[in-house]
Design a binder for this molecule. Structure first.
Ligand SMILES: *[C@@H]1O[C@H](CO)[C@@H](O)[C@H](O)[C@H]1NC(C)=O
Ligand SMILES: *[C@@H]1O[C@H](CO)[C@@H](O)[C@H](O)[C@H]1NC(C)=O
Length: 342
């Protein structure tokens, strides 16, 4: 039923693991998965623990300190509850009465970390730690192409503006090869944008009337080379994989744009750029069904696991718009560059 391919288990040496306060905790197990995989984190009860029916099992993700621990799943008999970003995508393997292994579906980079399984059977509780490492799959590209237009509307960028617009999003103007690959990968966009050879094109995978005709073949539609000063279009930008950490800022309030900028600074980060969002979504499987401010004043959210009320039919970055910067309706995505980056 569940594909367990690509899962390697390595037992860590004791060096570096510090769990001495847990008498019953054996050495943590290490599991390696690729983005998009389903993965099984192993955990077993003692062979007699299921005497009185199902195990009581608690899985959590261990934070840097205790206040940052996240609940993952709680199971008591037939009652099961999943939490936060794990809601509806984790379940117990339950292959026999003692099996408390956790299956996580649609792994993203964000899932990386240390997990703890606690089996409570009233006699001797069992605690097992599992370290999950997440790798980019070999098939994944090293960057992502995304269409961009600024707040003042569509078809407003001459070539120089387009170059600057991509830079402002932490990206560069895409090449023909990059757009072609993105189209092969399913990108469909019905607005023409600059490429870095100063041609203007757009990728169509589902031919339809307003986008070059419903009878036409799927492909890149090209307007050819255009005058760099006088002609105005959108742009296709290319962002390479992140050299930092993209995240949703957990905080209680809805924010204005200025408050959002400040909130990231207070978290020793900066408000994320559109390129960061697309790279986290495409290359790290980032998924969050919360609309958040980005540096260009747009509001978007990344969905890797299509579901009702978020993005029902496809994995996509959802674009809410460029709202009035004074409205207090959204949260914020932040970006913390790795130390090496100035
Ligand atoms: C992961 O599990 C889900 C739900 O059971 C299934 O639909 C999906 O095909 C699985 N994906 C892989 C890569 O096995
Ligand atoms: C377009 O991108 C390619 C590959 O990165 C680069 O070699 C070339 O100089 C770029 N051309 C322009 C006009 O920016």
């Amino acid at each position: 039923m569940m594909s367990l391919l690509c899962i390697t288990m390595v037992f860590l040496t004791l060096a570096g693991s510090a769990d001495s306060e847990m008498a019953s905790s054996p050495t943590p197990v290490k599991v390696i998965a690729e983005i998009g995989d389903n993965v099984t984190l192993p955990c077993r009860g003692a062979s007699d623990s299921s005497m009185f029916g199902s195990l009581r099992v608690k899985w959590m993700k261990v934070g840097e300190d205790e206040s940052l621990n996240e609940d993952v799943l709680l199971s008591m008999g037939i009652h099961k509850k999943t939490y936060g970003s794990f809601e509806d995508r984790v379940f117990l393997q339950d292959s026999d009465g003692d099996d408390a292994s956790l299956i996580i579906t649609y792994i993203s980079m964000d899932d990386m970390g240390r997990y703890r399984c606690e089996i409570l059977d009233g006699v001797e509780d069992i605690i097992q730690d599992v370290i999950l490492e997440v790798e980019n799959g070999p098939a994944l590209v090293s960057g992502v192409v995304f269409p961009y237009h600024p707040h003042h509307g569509r078809y407003n960028l001459n070539f120089d503006d387009a170059v600057q617009a991509c830079i402002d999003q932490g990206a560069v103007v895409a090449t023909f090869e990059q757009l072609y690959k993105a189209w092969m990968d399913g990108l469909d966009w019905c607005n023409a944008g600059w490429l870095n050879d100063s041609t203007v094109q757009y990728p169509i995978t589902k031919p339809r009337e307003p986008c070059g005709g419903s009878q036409s073949m799927p492909g890149l539609r090209s307007y050819g080379r255009q005058n760099r000063q006088s002609r105005r279009f959108d742009v296709f930008c290319y962002a390479s994989s992140l050299k930092g950490h993209f995240y949703w800022l957990v905080q209680p309030d809805r924010l204005t744009y200025d408050e959002a900028v400040q909130a990231c600074i207070d978290d020793r980060a900066v408000i994320a750029k559109v390129g960061h969002l697309f790279a986290a979504w495409k290359l790290e499987g980032y998924d969050r069904c919360d609309a958040g401010w980005l540096a260009d004043g747009s509001v978007r959210y990344p969905i890797s696991r299509p579901r009702k009320n978020c993005s029902p039919t496809e994995a996509a970055v959802r674009f809410v718009g460029f709202p009035d910067k004074q409205v207090k309706s959204y949260g914020v995505y932040c970006y913390k560059a790795d130390q090496q980056e100035y």
